[in-house]
Design a protein around this ligand. Structure first.
Ligand SMILES: [Zn+2]
Ligand SMILES: [Zn+2]
Length: 268
C-alpha cells in the first residue's frame, strides 16, 4: 500500500508547505530518494524543486500526482537532479487525466544553459507538448512564476555547467534551497533571514568534497545568514550514522536544525 500523507494532499494549505520527496543523492538507496522537494504556497500552486529519478513516484506517495505541478525549478543538470524530468514531460504529453490531456501551462526553470539543455536532451526525446504551453526559462535574480516571487543566485558546484540556488517568497515567508554547492558569500546573501533553509549536506568535515557542503559549513552558513530553521539534505552515505552531521552542524548554528527524511513535511 502506498504511503499517502493526507496533510500533504490537501489542496490549499494554511501556510506554505515543504515536503521532502528525496533527501538523498545519486547513490541508489531504499531510504533516501534522489533530490526532489515539493513546495505548496497557499495560492494553490505546486512547485517542484529538482526532479531526481523516481520523483514522480514520490509525488504519488504523498498524494500529489505529477499532473498537478505548475512549476519545476532545477538547481543544475547533474543526473541525480533531473533524472525524472524527461519522464514528467513524457507523462504530461501522452497520458490523459480524467479523460483529458493537460491544458494548464507548465513552467520549467533552470540555471544558465537550461533552455539549450532541455531542447537537446529532453524535448529531442519527448517531443514538444502541443496541448499545453511549456515555458522554459533560465534563472534571473528575481522573477514571478505562478504568482510567486522566485529569486536565484549562482552557486559554486561544477566546473562543467552552471548551478543556482532558489529562494521562493510566498505568504510573507522565504524558503531557500541550495541545490548542490560549496561555501560561497552569494548563497549566504540569498539565505539571509530565511524562514527555512534547505542546504545540501553531502559529508562530514572530515570527508569534505570540492563543490559540496560538509555539515560544519552548513552550520556556519546558517549562522551567518541568520536563518530561522535549517534542514540538512542531499545526504551521501557517510562512515557512521547520518546523525553525526547534526552535532557537527550545531557547533556553529544554535537554531532549529533537522536532518531531512523522505516524506517529511514542514509548515512554514
Ligand atoms: Zn546532487
Ligand atoms: Zn551536482
Amino acid at each position: 500500500m502506498p504511503v499517502v500523507i493526507e496533510s500533504v494532499s490537501r489542496k490549499s494549505p494554511a501556510s506554505m508547505r515543504l515536503t521532502i520527496l528525496g533527501s538523498g543523492t545519486g547513490v541508489p538507496s531504499l531510504q533516501r530518494n534522489a533530490p526532489g522537494y515539493l513546495l505548496q504556497p497557499t495560492n494553490g500552486s505546486y512547485f517542484l524543486v529538482d526532479c531526481g529519478s523516481a520523483t514522480l513516484r514520490q509525488l504519488e506517495q504523498v498524494g500529489v500526482p505529477y499532473h498537478r505541478l505548475d512549476a519545476v525549478l532545477i538547481t543544475h543538470t547533474h543526473a541525480d537532479h533531473i533524472g525524472d524530468l524527461m519522464a514528467l514531460i513524457h507523462a504530461l504529453r501522452y497520458f490523459p487525466v480524467d479523460g483529458s490531456l493537460r491544458t494548464k501551462p507548465l513552467y520549467l526553470l533552470g540555471p544558465p544553459g537550461f533552455i539549450d539543455f532541455c531542447q537537446r536532451v529532453i524535448l529531442s526525446v519527448t517531443g514538444r507538448p502541443t496541448h499545453f504551453e511549456l515555458h522554459i526559462l533560465e534563472a534571473m535574480a528575481s522573477q514571478v512564476v505562478c504568482g510567486v516571487v522566485v529569486d536565484s543566485t549562482a552557486t559554486v558546484h561544477s566546473d562543467h555547467f552552471h548551478s543556482v540556488a532558489w529562494r521562493i517568497h510566498a505568504d510573507g515567508k522565504r524558503v531557500v534551497l541550495s541545490g548542490d554547492c560549496d561555501d560561497d558569500p552569494g548563497l549566504i546573501q540569498l539565505a539571509e533571514q530565511a524562514d527555512l533553509l534547505v542546504l545540501e549536506c553531502s559529508t562530514l568535515a572530515s570527508g569534505k568534497i570540492r563543490g559540496h557542503l560538509s555539515a560544519d559549513l552548513c552550520g556556519r552558513i546558517a549562522q551567518q545568514a541568520g536563518v530561522k530553521q535549517l534542514v540538512l539534505s542531499h545526504l551521501y552515505p557517510i562512515d557512521g550514522p547520518d546523525e553525526l552531521r547534526l552535532s557537527e552542524c550545531q557547533r556553529y548554528y544554535q537554531g532549529a536544525v533537522t536532518l531531512a527524511t523522505d516524506y517529511e513535511v514542514f509548515e512554514i
